[in-house]
Design a protein around this ligand. Sequence first.
Ligand code: SF4
Length: 274
Amino acid sequence: MTQPALDLVIAALEKIRESSDRAPRASRTMLGRLRPANFAAVSLSAALELREGGRETSASPMPRRLQGALSKAQLLEPIRERVCACQKCAHLARSRTQTVFGVGNPDAELMFIGEAPGVDEDQQGDPFVGRAGHLLTKIIKAMNFAREDVYIANVLKCRPDTPSGTFGNRPPTPVEMQTCRPYLAEQIEIIQPKVLVALGAVAVEGLLGSRRTMRELRGQWHTYSGIPLMITYHPAYLLRNQAPSEKRKVWEDMLQVLERLDRPITERQRNYFL
Ligand code: SF4
């Protein structure tokens, strides 16, 4: 099958998946036959629910033999291309400067998830590049990582539009997040970080579909697709609320992340913001 034909099949499967309670299915054998066209198989496996020996498997894991054929960076590339061309939210596709796919190390053990690009991200094409992004970079450095060591992505890949002539950003709507979420799910499926960190309640809602308060959610381990998930405040919250006690809460969450990753923690690190 040619690449344009496969793109059409993938788009049709995604449409079925979005509009139906039951995901389209294919057997592992059939998917395996696409092995020579690995890029297509990657996208197809994300759009399909797999079935093995008559037994359904959990939500669309890509066969490991296909994953092993390409690097994670190569596996992410066709998803980036689909995001770049995506028009699923016509209003956002019209208003965006560009899509914001994600940035960092595709082999990262730590992945941060935010809600949506703001005006700076829309201009520059990378997530977390504004004031909140600078603070996130500081947090990452305080954890003894470089920003390039981790992977950073948003639930939404386009900036939520705002009325012309107005300033600032708006949070994404539940429908926008639901529409875009499959791209993030594919990114996580490929990157397979050891730990995910969701930044803020909107990111959590986009990721888990949960609408609980940060007070209920943060500081505890959750799970997303079998991956440990830490929920903490969005850096923008820390910019609005500079109290050391709030910084300490975020830092305590990051200490838990470091422990989970078996990273060494110095006494100085343990005592930040005390
Ligand atoms: S927000 Fe996501 S789903 Fe909507 S147009 Fe942008 S890339 Fe497509």
